[in-house]
Design a protein around this ligand. Structure first.
Ligand code: PEP
Ligand code: MN
Length: 458
């Protein structure tokens, strides 16, 4: 008897087999570019569709588990990085300073609050920005607003401000090289907890800096003690570090979506964690729809106008199965509003039985213009919003599960105040952000000490 002919393997599913991934195309969408050249746009999208994933589905699943622990009060999320990354600043020094600062903050939090800290960068993909105004006028000249290096250039010329779709591909490659460096730093020995002192080197002497030094000495002593007892430090040589950005340009996000061969489900492989911004969280809109179709953990920014019903509807749409770790609410109310606005949201969500991860973004509700004309934030307001966040959650018995900040490892002057106070005169020479003002290295460490103190009482 002849044996049956071998059957051909079933074809590997592609995103084309998942029409729901394109349902957003028929929905209202805001904050998208008007590309100058249609042919460049088409070829950029088709190139992105064939490039390798930037992150892997298995890593994304690990993150979902970590975030589920945070939602239950067993871990804390630290998410930080630039408001807008730029291609120019994707250098080894800048990336390493930012990673080091996040690692330092995480050590302060872990040691101070005895909780695992999930480390996540607003990095390796944070290249597109929503804008309140489509245009910018300088000295009587009006040009399209800067929308992030993925769309146009910051330079104020007609050429630079045009929306150029070849930048989508450049954003992919810059994200890839940034991630490559982050992976090397965090897996290759640089993040070894025994280098806890070393991360502080090269940063200016300041009050938070010396406070960190003494904490590092304590950690050192504890490590030496453990080593003398014969502990195995292999696990401390590496840290998990996740990449996140606002999923703003849906063409880019859709082009990087792949079907995971293990589970047959779609993952947006442009980053581990993606969030929906305050300006694009329309329940009937394209952004909420698209992100409801991918398996990544999703964040949503919630400003002071958010109602309890908005929050419940977002949960229904983005986390219908109430899956732990799937949904994070990043509140950004402003220091003046948080104590009044946050309780009703948290109460309503808690009463519904849903368990989301609550994260505080103390930056975006506290933006002001300095008398000398710079977009800035007062460190005191940022701190006050964080305190309000902890107060509200402590009063309601819910867990204040994370901090989302705009920060850098560099010694910039963009936010006012801090222990070694920045004043507006320093902006003239040390303001570098192309978008929102960031905490500098020292202000970031100071914030970490403050949050560690608040967390240890939660
Ligand atoms: C941001 O995170 O840079 C941002 C624009 O935030 P939001 O959507 O909360 O305004
Ligand atoms: Mn911002």
């Amino acid at each position: 008897m002849s044996s049956p002919l071998p059957t051909s393997p079933s074809p590997v599913p592609t995103t084309a087999d998942y029409p729901e991934l394109d349902a957003w195309r028929g929905l209202p969408i805001s904050q998208q570019p008007q590309w100058r050249d249609e042919a460049v746009y088409q070829s950029s999208i088709s190139e992105l569709s064939t490039l390798p994933p930037l992150v892997f589905a298995g890593e994304v699943d690990v993150l979902r588990e970590r975030l589920a622990a945070a939602a239950q009060g067993k871990a804390f999320l630290l998410q930080g990085g630039d408001c807008a990354e730029t291609f120019e600043a994707a250098t080894a020094d800048r990336i390493s300073a930012r990673v080091r600062t996040i690692l330092q903050m995480a050590v302060v939090l872990t040691y101070g609050a005895s909780l695992p800290v999930i480390k996540m960068g607003r990095m390796a993909g944070q290249f597109a920005k929503p804008r309140s105004s489509n245009d910018e006028t300088r000295d009587g000249v009006t040009l399209p607003a800067y929308r992030g290096d993925m769309v146009n250039g910051f330079e104020f010329t007609d050429e630079s401000r045009g929306h150029d779709a070849s930048r989508l591909v450049k954003a992919y490659h810059t994200s890839a090289s940034t991630l490559n460096l982050i992976r090397a730093f965090t897996q290759g020995g640089f993040a070894d907890l025994r280098l806890v002192h070393h991360w502080n080197k090269g940063f200016m002497a300041n009050p938070a800096h010396s406070r960190y030094e003494s904490l590092a000495r304590e950690i050192d002593r504890a490590m030496k003690f453990m080593e003398a007892c014969g502990s195995d430090f292999e696990a401390l040589k590496r840290v998990e570090f996740f990449a996140s950005h606002e999923a703003l340009l849906l063409d880019y996000e859709r082009a990087l979506t792949r079907i995971d061969s293990r589970t047959g489900t779609p993952y947006d492989t442009s980053g581990h964690f993606l969030w929906i911004g305050e300006r694009t969280r329309d329940l009937e809109g394209a952004h909420v729809d698209f992100l409801s179709k991918v398996r990544n953990p999703i964040g949503v920014k919630l400003g002071p106008k958010t109602t309890g019903d908005d929050a419940l509807r977002l949960i229904e749409k983005l986390d219908p199965n109430r899956e732990p770790g799937r949904l994070t609410f990043i509140t950004r109310m402003g220091a003046g509003a948080i104590r009044e606005k946050l309780p009703q949201l948290v109460q309503k969500v808690t009463d519904s039985g849903a368990q989301v991860l609550w994260v505080c973004d103390p930056m975006h509700g506290n933006t002001v213009t300095s008398p000398n004309g710079y977009k800035t934030r007062n460190f005191d307001d940022v701190v006050d919003e964080v305190r309000g966040f902890f107060e509200v959650h402590n009063a309601l018995g819910t867990f204040p599960g994370g901090l989302h900040i705009e920060m850098t490892g560099d010694d910039v002057a963009e936010c006012l105040g801090g222990a070694d106070p920045i004043d507006q005169d320093a902006f003239v020479s040390r303001y570098e952000s192309v978008c929102d003002p960031r905490l500098n290295h020292m202000q970031s460490l100071e914030m970490a000490f403050l949050v560690a103190g608040a967390l240890s009482k939660s």
